[in-house]
Design a protein around this ligand. Structure first.
Ligand code: FES
Length: 189
């Protein structure tokens, strides 16, 4: 019997059943969208500025000052989803390619380097720059990382370098070529 009578009890039961059956599917769909922003950077992601006058814009190589400091950015999936989770925060910086170590040059794109912004000590954001040492500094406990040499630890309690991201340029836009070289996070995760 067609359910065209809204007051008919059997029709009401059928509609209620369909609504309840579809609800979990809709929830799963919404969850899938949320999950994309929770994922780590992946090949062909671009980057978007976290702060400053260009906040929200796509990062181009010429947006980065030659010789530092670093900029904090989030990866952005090809569909425009920003991966704005804590472990996906990235720092970008640009140097003369001739000043990079061989290993660093292999991950860089025309002198642009990318590392996780999550300190390998206790997971604070690596958010400061030492003009004297031309190096990244974590303000929590003073770890210093050399951006031109694989983010090697120059000072402080960090137990290992910052994992690097492989990069490429697409029409001048800074783009992910390869995933992080090692696990992202501090000693406690
Ligand atoms: S969390 Fe970075 S130095 Fe401790």
């Amino acid at each position: 019997m067609p359910c065209d009578d809204r007051l008919h009890f059997r029709c009401y039961r059928r509609r209620t059943f369909l609504t309840l059956a579809l609800a979990p599917l809709l929830a799963v769909g919404a969850q899938a969208e949320e999950d994309e922003s929770d994922k780590p950077p992946a090949p062909d992601d671009r980057f978007t500025f976290l702060t400053g006058p260009k906040k929200g814009q796509v990062v181009r190589a010429e947006d980065l000052a030659l010789g530092g400091p670093q900029m904090q950015v989030f990866p952005m999936a090809p569909d425009g989803t920003v991966r704005n989770n804590r472990l996906s925060l990235v720092i970008l910086a640009r140097f003369d390619p001739a000043t990079l170590s061989e290993e660093t040059r292999a991950h860089a794109a025309d002198g642009v380097v990318a590392y996780t912004a999550v300190c390998t000590h206790q997971g604070c954001p690596v958010n400061m720059w030492s003009t004297d040492r031309k190096a990244f500094v974590c303000s929590c406990h003073g770890s210093v990382f050399d951006p031109r040499n694989g983010a090697e630890v120059l000072d402080g309690p960090a137990p290992r370098p910052l994992p690097a991201l492989g990069l490429k340029l697409k029409d001048g836009v800074v783009t992910v070529a390869r995933t992080f070289t090692s696990r992202v996070g501090g000693t406690q995760g």
